[in-house]
Ligand binder design. Sequence first.
Ligand code: GDP
Length: 524
Amino acid sequence: MSLRKEIERRRTFAIISHPDAGKTTLTEKLLLFGGAIHVAGAVKSNKIKKSATSDWMDIERQRGISVATSVMGFEYDDYKVNILDTPGHQDFMEDTYRTLTAVDSVIVVVDIAKGVEPQTRKLMEVCRMRKTPVMIFVNKLDREGKDPMEVLDELEDQLQIAVRPLSWPIDMGERFKGVYNIYENCLDLYKPSKQSVTESVHMDIDSPEIEKHIGDKLATQLRDDIELISEVYPDFNTEDYLAGDLAPVFFGSALYNFGVKELLDCFVEIAPSPRSVQAEERRVDPYEEDFSGFIFKIHANMDPNHRSCIAFVKVCSGKFERNVNYKHIRFNRQMKFSSPTAFMAQKKEILDEAFAGDIVGLPDNGNFKIGDTLTSGENLHFKGLPSFSPEMFKYIENADPMKTKQLQKGIEQLIDEGVAQLFTNQFNNRKIIGTVGQLQFEVIEYRLLHEYGAKCRWEPISLYKACWIESDNPAELEEFKKRKYQYMAKDKEGRDVFLAESNYLLMMAQQDFKNIKFHFNSEF
Ligand code: GDP
């Protein structure tokens, strides 16, 4: 198959949702269709269940599950589908943000009873920022939930994206009959089954056959609904979807495997194949012959005796091959890889080649950090791995003076892996760790001890946000830094960051320094 054909048939995406909406269940059903697994229950949830009794090894073990399910590739029709898993726990939200930089599109799962939940809203902000095409699956129709019309309004309002239903539910809960597939004009009747594939009957919405299947009352209701939808929502337009401006919506029940095939069939047809990726130097087209890619995730081995990691590379262009020399741009050094891995469903296997859109796992002993670029030779630096302002901050201090070096190395490597963010205060040189949640501090402490033999201690610091600052007015910037010297820090790339103690102080700073821009993420 030609390079172009190989790349065109790839669909690389992530499923995102608030925990418990049904991401794992949907993933599993997609894998069933791909023939990648054969029984339900084969995909382990990578949810981290924090209980009073769980120790950190337990968390690491739970986190480890996500190595196996980090990327799930399978063949479906003529397509190669790559699903990138995202951690459900909100303390690991940054992992999810980064994963979103490696996908070409996203499926959002929403629970019909709960509607849009906070984590979905946050993740959607990142999709909007990157103009990622989004499809929505409204799940759990086998249970009672909100009115589907209301859910559409809620999606539009809270996710700030135009929506267009491409399937429509016929009743719900115990009375759930199925969906009318607007995209394909067929009636899909619901047969509760956790394993089997649904059958659908082609049927125009005006066909009297519909009455035979769902009765007069529901048929009338369905026609009214479909008419209303066509009046309220513009016709579905693939271009708007690809531009990230319009989200097609499907309804179903992942648990009972209903509406999933409809979603998948439409998805492979309209979802984008690998798209061009912006490097600092230029835009890189996936169909270029030369290989290029970037590291978007590093996963530590669970075995504390072997400090090895897997670095996940998103192939941005061309073809990656085993045992071929590639340039590690930051090191300006050639490297080749004898055992790169592919992730086909549950199995990790050595791969010989991979194409733009694919994810390759490289065994790593500290050579890589998040954002590193590999190429066939050209000096490229891929952009678009933003850091967001953390929510929680703590000073990290050495608790064992004999292990200063180990602590330093440990912190450096964990930060390179993207476990948390590091800011160095310019005033007192103290190191501040910023996280999304408490769990990250605990993971750092545990890993420093078990992998580096270093002991750390946390000290409180009360901060509201970290803001990356810039200005067209160098004099004002200098003046600001001088005035706020106690609150100025450098991030790991050496960029200037203002540590705002409170929203009020931030507002004051914004008022006093009109020519300075304060950003809550590093990609501006
Ligand atoms: P995740 O946290 O988003 O990965 O959610 P899971 O896939 O683990 O699902 C959370 C819970 O919801 C589990 O108990 C599932 O069995 C259940 N669930 C998922 N999909 C459905 C569905 O379509 N209908 C019903 N009734 N339950 C579902």
